[in-house]
Design a protein around this ligand. Structure first.
Ligand code: IVH
Length: 737
């Protein structure tokens, strides 16, 4: 017989079944709980790992040791996904994984559902089954101001008769809420919130979240069945990358990471869901069913204890993000202070959740039909606003793409005044049925660019007008074209004034030819005067006539002439970057410059040969190939060369030095060097720079406040993470910091 304790359900067991609570440490520096594995276990698993990697088992021996191999892989998944602190290289993990896979392939009868190989999804789901949560998933009461928190605390004290209440505070994750059911240690079901009573069974997709264990040692605590709640989210970085991928396919981006997370959870193709890198925070044990006579695990007596206990069970709980306070004033101060740090977190939060820490007291306070009385959300300032759509401007980009941009009445969102918002493409306008005069709901999530969520159709007066997408280029009048595979209308005229202006601005910008003193306004004026019909004409400007223009004295004209002349000496990689070839940024430009003897050699490169250049993949190779097979582009390059720019590459001029053959990347802020100086030192010493962290990277130089690059590098054993001092020593300069 089992003894069921549905926590926080209307049919509660008497509170005295819960063991007596010991007084605990409170305040800001609550110590972190133990990790899933002890030091001893970690050492042992590491030892076994090395053993397997050096002499893999085979045949009967492999079958005998299969359990160990599974444990090893689970351990390394935990180190990587939950702790963010891997102990082996990616390649080593892959080797172990393949060993397990091949052993299981021969013996399907020994494959356990929680084997690391069993996350991989097979086939598509047609629909998601509706399932009932063991305990209804209630919502939270919201508060927006300190006074509301104080009021809520006062009521809780009145109800409980206590003078002061201890609270646990944690972030309110802005994602999709889920509930997980484990039976006999195995994850048997994962569901969306749905209407709170019933949700959709999305187990296949949830199994793809690698920080979420497929099994956990609950039976060690006498637990047969347990229901756990949490939030699934996508980090800002993965969200940005995901939106970039959408943009490459000419699809409009998603509004925010929350939509990306909930959309991913409902994908019919679980292997696709697996590629989106979701994370899960589990913050609440809603139900446990214990073996007869088994005591409730001591940790579950307080909320903070539950978070620590979940962490010990191998879950990513907000154990490290939580704080316990005595009394509401400290709570309020913490919530207000946390709002200031909101943007520094790698994921979005939309507030804090304040929970009565004692579970016994939670039960005494109970719940309404809508929310528990023992918890409240303290919501941060909204990052949405409404404003009127006044007009739509159609902007022509460097490559001729025509982007509709909404001009709206100024509206302050999250501390920034927004007046224009991209509408991406025609489909976006049609899908959302946007009209001139509409009230728009605009969102600016974290560091994400503003986004039109929807138009508030119920506020329409009938005077709104449809948005007409132009059929001709708004700048040059050429008929627009829309290639079949694209969602974007383009102006096919490469001489189009708007495109030329955009190309000129890019050509002269700081990271390209770095021509100071020119600026957008002068580029426009010179273009209008007919002096700048294209990029090469920059080098034959009529300086003698410039003083006729207002605000341009002899001195500024002279400075400008000098800056333009000086730019002729810019190295090839800057010229390549300045050309604005699609997908070719600074790093790829450097790789190309290293590869070629002369830039025009690229006319004879096949896409396959281009792909052999470092940093160049299929898409980039294709774009470079197209660029060098366009006669206009070749003519421009020839004219630039005739004006005195050097298109010779550095292939034959490779520097030999202390860093030859080594690759580097800088992240965070350096103390003694400017980033550009440090990068120049790498190149001067024969080293090469990479644009991102990968297994090709030898050294990551991490300065202060290094972020995601450092985190990623830590996961790749072959990357050496060094500080600025070490870097300076490598190039033979003393660290004077
Ligand atoms: S506690 C009975 N804690 O916010 C337990 N909820 O607006 C109630 N949420 O539906 C939930 N972070 O999906 C709780 N740390 C957190 C949370 C959190 C995000 C979500 C949850 C809930 C919604 C209510």
């Amino acid at each position: 017989m089992q003894f069921a304790i549905p926590l926080y359900s209307p049919c509660l067991p008497p509170t005295d079944v819960l063991p007596h609570r010991e007084p605990r440490e409170t305040g800001l520096s609550l110590t972190h709980s133990r990790a899933m594995y002890t030091t001893e276990q970690t050492k042992e698993l590491q030892h076994h790992t090395r053993d397997w990697l050096s002499k893999p088992a085979e045949g009967a021996d492999l079958m005998k040791r299969l359990h160990q191999l599974r444990d090893i892989l689970r351990f390394h998944e935990y180190r990587y996904y939950v702790l963010n602190d891997p102990l082996i290289a990616d390649g080593e993990y892959d080797r172990l994984y393949k060993m397990l896979e091949s052993a299981e392939r021969g013996h399907p009868e020994v494959v356990s559902p929680d084997s690391p190989t069993q996350r991989v999804a097979k086939g598509l789901s047609s629909t998601f089954r509706t399932v009932q949560h063991l305990v209804p998933m209630l919502s939270l009461e919201n508060s927006y101001e300190e006074a509301e928190l104080l009021d809520w605390d006062r009521k809780a004290r009145e109800l409980s008769g206590l003078e002061e209440i201890e609270y646990c505070v944690e972030p309110k994750f802005d994602g999709a809420s889920i509930s997980l059911l484990y039976e006999n240690d195995l994850l048997v079901r994962g569901a969306t919130r749905g209407d709170g009573v019933e949700g959709e069974d999305i187990t296949v997709n949830l199994r793809q979240i690698r920080s979420m264990p497929l099994s956990a040692p609950f039976s060690r605590h006498g637990i047969r069945q347990i229901e756990i709640r949490g939030e699934v989210l996508m980090t800002k970085e993965h969200f940005r990358k995901y939106n970039e991928q959408l943009a490459e396919q000419n699809l409009p981006p998603l509004a925010n990471p929350r939509n990306a997370a909930s959309g991913t959870l409902r994908l019919k193709d679980a292997s696709e869901a697996g590629k989106r890198n979701l994370e899960a925070f589990l913050y609440h044990v809603s139900y446990v069913s214990l073996d007869e006579g088994a005591p409730m695990p001591a940790g579950l007596v307080t909320h903070a204890g539950s978070l620590a206990w979940l962490w010990e069970m191998g879950f990513r709980s907000p154990d490290r993000e939580k704080r316990v306070f005595k009394g509401i004033h400290e709570v309020a101060r913490h919530c207000l202070a946390f709002e200031q740090q909101r943007d520094e977190l790698p994921y979005e939060i939309d507030g804090m959740v304040v929970k009565v820490d004692s579970v016994a007291l939670q039960e005494r306070l109970g719940m309404t039909t809508h929310h528990p009385r023992w918890a409240i959300a303290f919501k941060f300032k909204a990052r949405q606003g409404t404003s009127t759509l006044r007009q739509v401007e159609f902007q022509v980009g460097r490559t001729g793409s025509v982007t509709p941009v909404a001009k709206i009445d100024p509206v302050a969102i999250g501390g920034v005044t927004v007046t224009s918002v991209s509408m991406h493409n025609e489909e976006f306008i049609l899908d959302k049925d946007l009209r001139i005069g509409d009230q728009l709901l605009v969102e600016r999530a974290g560091d994400v660019i503003p986004y039109i969520v929807m138009s508030l159709a119920e506020l329409r007066t009938g005077r709104e007008e449809p948005i007409r997408f132009p059929t001709q280029c708004p700048a040059c009048g050429t008929d627009l074209v829309k290639p079949a595979e694209e969602a974007v209308w383009r102006c096919p005229n490469t001489q189009c004034g708007a495109q030329v202006l955009e190309r000129l601005m890019h050509f002269t910008s700081k990271d390209a030819m770095d021509i100071r003193g020119l600026g957008e306004a002068n580029i426009r004026r010179f273009h209008e005067a007919g002096w700048l019909p294209d990029v090469p004409s920059l080098y034959s400007l009529p300086y003698e006539r410039m003083q006729e223009l207002e605000g341009l004295g002899a001195r500024s004209v002279n400075n400008l002439r000098e800056a333009i002349e000086k730019s002729k000496g810019q190295p090839l990689h800057r010229i390549i970057n300045a050309l604005g070839i699609r997908y070719v940024g600074e790093t790829t430009a450097k790789a190309i410059a290293r590869e070629v003897g002369h830039l025009l050699d690229l006319k004879d490169y096949s896409p396959e040969r281009l792909q052999q250049i470092e940093d160049v993949g299929v898409k980039v190779a294709d774009s470079i190939h197209r660029f060098f097979h366009d006669a206009d582009n070749i003519r421009i390059l020839e004219r630039l060369e005739a004006q005195g720019l050097s298109l010779s590459g550095n292939r034959l001029q490779a520097v030999e030095g202390a860093l030859t053959g080594k690759t580097f990347l800088f992240t965070g802020s350096l103390q003694n060097l400017k980033r550009s100086e440090a990068e120049a030192m790498v190149e001067a010493n024969g080293g090469r720079l990479l644009s991102g962290v990968s297994s090709k990277l030898d050294f990551l130089v991490a300065g202060e406040d290094a972020g995601s690059k450092l985190e990623k590098a830590r996961k790749i054993a072959s990357v050496h993470i060094i500080d600025e001092g070490e870097f300076l020593r490598m190039v033979g300069r003393e660290d004077n910091g």
